[in-house]
Write a protein that binds this ligand. Structure first.
Ligand SMILES: [Zn+2]
Length: 92
């Protein structure tokens, strides 16, 4: 069995594909070393995956559990597809 631990992550609110909600596991916040690492890691996502670099794919956003749509959109992306959309050509 593989156990996946998330210290922090970003989610989109279900009604707005251009916004993000930051979530952190408060059970682990006393571990300050990993807390700082998590904040820095998640800040990196904010800096490199924002809507001006990776416009949200509305098909994926509106059908988040549809693997066929996800695979179709990912295959159609000529650049980097991190899951939320296709990056723009001048993406870092
Ligand atoms: Zn991450």
């Amino acid at each position: 069995m593989v156990r996946v631990m998330y210290w922090g992550l970003w989610n989109r609110p279900p009604t707005n594909p251009n916004k993000w909600i930051f979530e952190i596991d408060i059970a682990d916040i006393l571990d300050t070393k990993n807390l700082v690492f998590t904040f820095l890691h998640e800040l990196g996502h904010l800096v490199t995956l924002n809507s001006s670099q990776v416009p949200p794919d509305l098909q994926v956003f509106n059908h988040p559990d549809n693997e066929r749509i996800y695979n179709r959109e990912a295959a159609a992306c000529p650049y980097y597809f991190p899951g939320e959309g296709c990056s723009l050509p001048d993406y870092i």
